[in-house]
Design a protein around this ligand. Structure first.
Ligand code: ATP
Ligand code: MG
Length: 674
């Protein structure tokens, strides 16, 4: 090793803790890093790769890092580039498999190029479903597509499907399903197409049957790391084995509590059983969280404790602002609060790109986008924008093409009928696969837009509806390149922001099915865990007691997971949650929802509302909820003491001080009396 590589290598180790350093130094053989959110897993695999290359363990072009999304792959390449390593390949399983298929396909198929990859299975499936006997032809094609994906992710071929699916709740009887699966595969071959799952299944077949291809692949990449390994499915695991051959230079990192793709066949048991399957494997735990404040980690710990977990995330960062849980009387109030909070964060110096709103389904992004557009807050949607999603484009195309001249409510009825026929749309049915649910939610959202239009234009026709959708699509396109981030919880894994907002935490949203139980319910909890642990400093959870569902106002119940997050009922805001008693950092987490039942808090909010109305400004301009809580916590007896409360500058004390003191004096004995 030359002098300069020694110093580069030393630098790569410098700002790591002992466990992280041990993981980076373990450059040979199988290694598993099983650790919780924000403990530096991704940082470690980046560093470990850089370290192995700079110490000559592996040439840069023979190292492969497998990430969960293309975006994560790009970020990894970028991070490695910053560490001076331009040649490292970081890719998803699909992208890496696809490049191998592309390379080997022509020479194995008489010179023909790789068939095109289908956008969606639906084009081939819909006609097959429509030919099913009896009422089965009304089955949603997407449910069937989900079921085929289920089988393919588990390497279950059509012939093996029937016994494998025995006991499953399938969209149509198992024998029919097996036949449909077979017909679908045939139709696909006839059309000379591959689907998304084939990228993996065909590569596995290639490498299992073609030794020469397998050898070539193995000689090109011989040192492999996998991030987010808890979400690997058996098909991907098989691919990984084939890529490795008899080598053991594999490092996997993951957190079983962040498994959120079990619907796609992911199983955290691959992570938990790694050491059994790879003899001689080293397992390394990382325990310190570098991402979030103790306030945020306290909520994450409570959430896991609600599922019987005792292991805790330990903060290295100092305390920050309270993490809030807000209840709102209706959805509009919640959205106003979301935009107000964002403005507040930006006012406090948080960059818009460091703020994220995370929601459960893509359709839930739409009302947030609209609220931000109205409020003039720049945003960008991560992932495919709502109006660009294939299911949304398809549904609008049906309206454009095949809905007649009906107007007003009859237009809605006509649209629902067409969607039912062509897309298998079923109103109010919740027993569906995840993609089907996404699509149904998208259609519900489009119908909600129509309902809103009909309120202002009761005789609106198809052209008016399409024009309204065009206008909204244009608004969405205007979404800025820089701005606050809007994305689903699924897309948020691995990422982090200074401020995270998690709205719509209601039964039926998260958990997405209020009837969810067992593993499905546990996965919903993990999604919230992923959401909470994305935040570095600010975290705002909220829900609304009423919201429009399919154009009708419905009562909502707060998500059961919030029960675990809220401290037990107490009459005073001024109390440290138990979790902090043992904590060295005397930080305070006060849930706004708890505070909302405190009469003094209610009185302060009432004063604020009146004052805001009188001054013609939004309430948050007068004072944030956190400021009101801080005032109650401090319970100042003089203007000088009030001035010392966080969020109360001299100007605010001048303007509002006497009124606030008045409210405090008036209500001081109230909690004891209640
Ligand atoms: P997740 O489970 O969410 O994927 P992770 O375990 O991959 O999280 P990272 O994203 O690698 O965690 O790290 C979380 C944050 O902590 C990052 O901002 C990272 O730069 C920082 N970090 C990690 N280790 C250290 C360290 N030793 N010193 C300072 N900062 C660190
Ligand atoms: Mg990570």
């Amino acid at each position: 090793m030359s002098q300069s590589t020694v110093s580069v290598a030393d630098e790569l180790l410098a700002d790591l803790n002992d466990a992280q350093r041990a993981a980076v130094l373990a450059t040979h053989g199988p290694v598993a890093i099983r650790a919780r959110a924000g403990t530096g897993k991704t940082r470690v695999i980046t560093r470990r790769t850089a370290y192995a290359i700079s110490t000559g363990v592996v040439p840069a072009d023979q190292a492969l890092v497998v990430t969960f999304t293309d975006k994560a792959a790009n970020e990894m390449v970028e991070r490695l580039r910053r560490l001076g390593l331009p040649d490292v390949t970081a890719r998803t399983f699909h992208a890496h498999a696809l490049s191998q298929l592309r390379h080997f396909w022509p020479s194995r198929h008489d010179g023909r190029p790789l068939p095109e990859i289908l956008d969606s299975k639906l084009g081939l499936l819909v006609p097959l479903v429509r030919r099913l006997p009896g009422h089965y032809r009304f089955t949603a094609a997407k449910d069937v597509a989900d079921e085929i994906e289920w089988a393919k992710n588990r390497r279950i071929a059509p012939d093996a499907y029937e016994p494998a699916a025995a006991g499953r709740s399938t969209p149509i009887p198992v024998d029919l399903m097996a036949r449909l699966y077979r017909d679908y595969e045939r139709a696909k071959t006839r059309a000379d197409r591959l689907d998304f799952d084939d990228m993996l299944t065909r590569t596995v077949e290639l490498l299992e049957t073609d030794d020469e291809a397998a050898e070539t692949v193995r000689s090109r990449k011989r040192w492999i790391s996998v991030d987010e390994y808890q979400d690997t499915n058996p098909l991907q695991e098989r691919l990984l084995e084939l890529w490795l051959g008899d080598r053991a230079d594999l490092c996997v990192v993951g957190d079983e509590d962040q498994t959120i793709y079990t619907f796609a066949g992911a199983t955290p048991s691959l992570l938990t059983s790694f050491a059994d399957r790879y003899p001689g494997a080293r397992t390394i735990d990382l325990t310190e969280n570098y991402r979030s404040t103790p306030q945020i980690l306290d909520l994450a710990n409570r959430l896991l404790a609600g599922d019987g977990r005792t292991k805790r995330l330990v903060a290295t960062r100092g305390p920050g602002p309270v993490a809030t849980i807000d209840r709102h009387p209706h959805a509009e109030a919640e959205l106003d609060a979301v935009t107000a909070r964002m403005r507040g964060f930006i006012g406090d110096g948080v960059a818009p790109a460091e703020i994220a709103v995370l929601v459960r389904t893509n359709a839930q992004l739409v009302p947030v986008e609209e609220a931000l557009t109205r409020a003039g807050v720049a945003y960008r949607v991560r992932g495919t924008r709502f109006y660009d999603r294939p299911e949304v484009r398809g549904a609008i195309e049906i309206v454009r093409r095949s809905v007649g001249d009906a107007t007003g409510p009859a237009l809605a009825t006509a649209i629902v009928a067409r969607w039912r026929d062509e897309l298998g749309y079923r109103d109010g049915d919740t027993d569906r696969g995840p993609e089907t649910r996404e699509r149904a939610a998208a259609l519900d959202t489009l119908l909600g837009i129509l309902e809103t239009l009909l309120q202002s234009e009761p005789a609106a026709d198809r052209a008016a509806f399409l024009a309204e959708l065009d206008r909204r699509r244009a608004d969405e396109r205007d979404g800025a390149a820089e701005g606050v981030n809007l994305l689903t919880l699924h897309r948020a894994k691995g990422l982090e922001w200074d401020a995270v907002l998690l709205p719509m935490l209601e039964e039926g949203s998260l958990p997405v099915r209020s009837s969810a139980e067992g593993e499905a319910l546990a996965e919903e909890r993990r999604l919230l865990y992923v959401g909470i642990t994305r935040a570095r400093r600010h975290l705002a959870l909220s829900w609304a007691e009423r919201r429009d569902v399919r154009g009708k106002e419905a009562r909502r119940r707060r998500s059961r997971f919030l029960d675990d997050l809220l401290p037990p009922p107490r009459r005073h805001v001024v109390q440290l949650p138990d979790a902090f008693e043992a904590h060295p950092v005397r930080a305070r987490t006060t849930a706004v929802e708890e505070a909302a039942v405190d009469p003094r808090f209610v009185a302060l909010r009432e004063w604020r509302a009146n004052r805001a109305r009188a001054d013609g400004v939004p309430a948050y301009v007068v004072a944030h909820d956190q400021t009101l809580i801080a005032i109650l916590d401090a319970d100042p007896r003089s203007l000088a003491a009030l001035r010392r409360v966080r969020g109360m500058g001299p100007a605010k004390v001048d303007r509002y001080g006497p009124e606030i003191m008045d409210v405090l004096d008036r209500t001081r004995s109230a909690p004891e009396d209640s």
